[in-house]
Design a protein around this ligand. Structure first.
Ligand code: NAI
Ligand code: MG
Length: 392
């Protein structure tokens, strides 16, 4: 059965890497039609909305989005670039990714971090007699809609908010701080949100044979929110015999991941902690050129590399950026819709190219990005894709 996929290139190198992933999907024989969805900076500037309603409608209809990357800028910079005819009409810039997550309740973010054998960017650990290269195989489950990134925050909070906060004894020490000198960002978490991400993590561990699920929070300090996450995990873990429940503190976890990253399987965390821990693990397996992700909701799901639009490379022709993160994100899309064999085939092809070591993008050669990287033997974005396709 042919699928329809909403292709959302976005901005900058999103426009470069998305078509590369579609080339690979075609080459592996995935039968799909791609409909283009407008998203990103251009649409903010010209329409005052980086995520036009027509794109939301396309996703509602077709359920699956394959997304490149977008550019986003702070509020004031955004207003300056808005079409002059739209200024003073009340348009406010919102990140289209955050909007997507909220509109479709894409509350589960999955970020696998797996090292490829032979990747020159793999993390190594110094030992007494040399070094070792731990093979990382961790999958981060990040709660994607609540927590510190939930967006409930104020500078100079309104009086009712301040009054409400002051019912808490710990607010006493802020009592005399002038409103304009007081900023509050909340960390709101729901039991349902915690349960959904933890359930998803355990299900994944069960399905793919992981032996441990780690809750990475900070319950000794964030007693209420992290506490809820840890408590729910204890309850849910009872249903999964044979999978150990570990819990670590986010700060300690960042240290341990440079000591024994290979022991971790599935990791669960709140929005911001998940953001931090997934970047930490991504650094061990090659960085942004390799970091893929899925945003999963009950109806709609969107697959995207972790990296942004890398504007400084968008004009380079030929392009130098690594398409692997985007292609691995496309593999996650295939997994999600049950085309697991095709996903495995593509991952195997990527493995072969990396292990062979003949074709490398500039990041894999630890070069500074720029138009001259080819002189040093770096391949182009398209050549990397070609190499992967040739192994299929
Ligand atoms: P970025 O991820 O776009 O780039 C940071 C650096 O990482 C690049 O300069 C480049 O050296 C490297 N890099 C990124 N992708 C690469 C690839 N595929 N291959 C090789 N090297 C790669 O992050 P930055 O520069 O902080 O942000 C640029 C824009 O992207 C901003 O407007 C930001 O808001 C946006 N952004 C969007 C995201 C998204 O669409 N999901 C995520 C992160 C940032
Ligand atoms: Mg991030």
């Amino acid at each position: 059965m042919s699928r329809t996929i909403v292709a959302l290139p976005g901005d900058g190198i999103g426009k470069t890497v998305l078509p590369e992933s579609i080339r690979v999907l075609n080459a592996v024989g995935f039968d799909a039609e791609y409909v283009h969805g407008d998203i990103g900076w251009d649409f903010w500037c010209s329409e005052g909305n980086a995520l036009p309603q027509r794109t939301v409608d396309l996703l509602k209809e077709h359920k699956i989005g394959l997304f490149g990357a977008i550019t986003s800028k702070p509020k004031d910079a955004a207003l300056k670039e808005l079409d002059p005819q739209l200024r003073d009409k009340g348009f406010v810039y919102f990140s289209p990714i955050v909007s997507l997550r909220q509109i479709f309740n894409l509350d589960k973010c999955i970020r696998p971090c797996r090292s490829f054998k032979g990747n020159p960017l793999n993390f190594i650990i110094r030992t007494n007699d040399g070094f070792r290269e731990p093979l990382v195989n961790a999958v981060i489950f990040r709660q994607n809609t609540e927590g510190l990134y939930g967006g409930v925050e104020w500078t100079n909070p309104p009086k009712q908010v301040r009054d409400a906060f002051e019912t808490h004894p710990k607010m006493a020490r802020f009592k005399n701080v002038p409103g304009e000198d007081l900023a509050i960002s909340t960390r709101i978490m729901t039991r349902n949100g915690c349960r959904r991400i933890i359930e998803a993590a355990f299900e994944y561990a069960h399905k793919f044979g992981y032996k441990n699920v780690t809750i990475c929070e900070k319950p000794n300090v964030l007693r209420e929110t992290s506490g809820m996450m840890v408590n729910e995990a204890k309850i849910i873990s009872k249903k999964y015999l044979g999978i150990d429940l570990w819990d670590t503190n986010i700060d300690a976890q960042m240290m341990w991941l440079t000591k024994n990253p290979e022991i971790y399987g599935v990791i669960v965390a709140e929005n911001m902690f998940g953001d931090i821990i997934s970047d930490g693990f991504a650094g061990l397996i090659g960085g942004l050129g390799f970091a893929c992700s899925a945003n999963i909701g009950d109806e709609v799901s969107v697959f995207e590399p972790t990296h942004g639009s890398a504007p400084k490379y968008q004009e380079l022709n030929p392009s130098i950026v690594n398409p692997i993160a985007m292609i691995l994100s496309a593999c996650m899309m295939l997994d999600h819709i049950g085309e697991i064999e095709k996903a495995e085939k593509i991952r195997k092809a990527i493995e072969m190219v990396i292990e062979e070591g003949k074709v490398k993008t500039y990041d894999m050669m630890k070069l500074r990005g720029g138009p001259d990287v080819f002189k040093f033997g770096a391949c182009t974005t398209q050549e990397m894709t070609d190499a992967i396709i040739s192994k299929l």
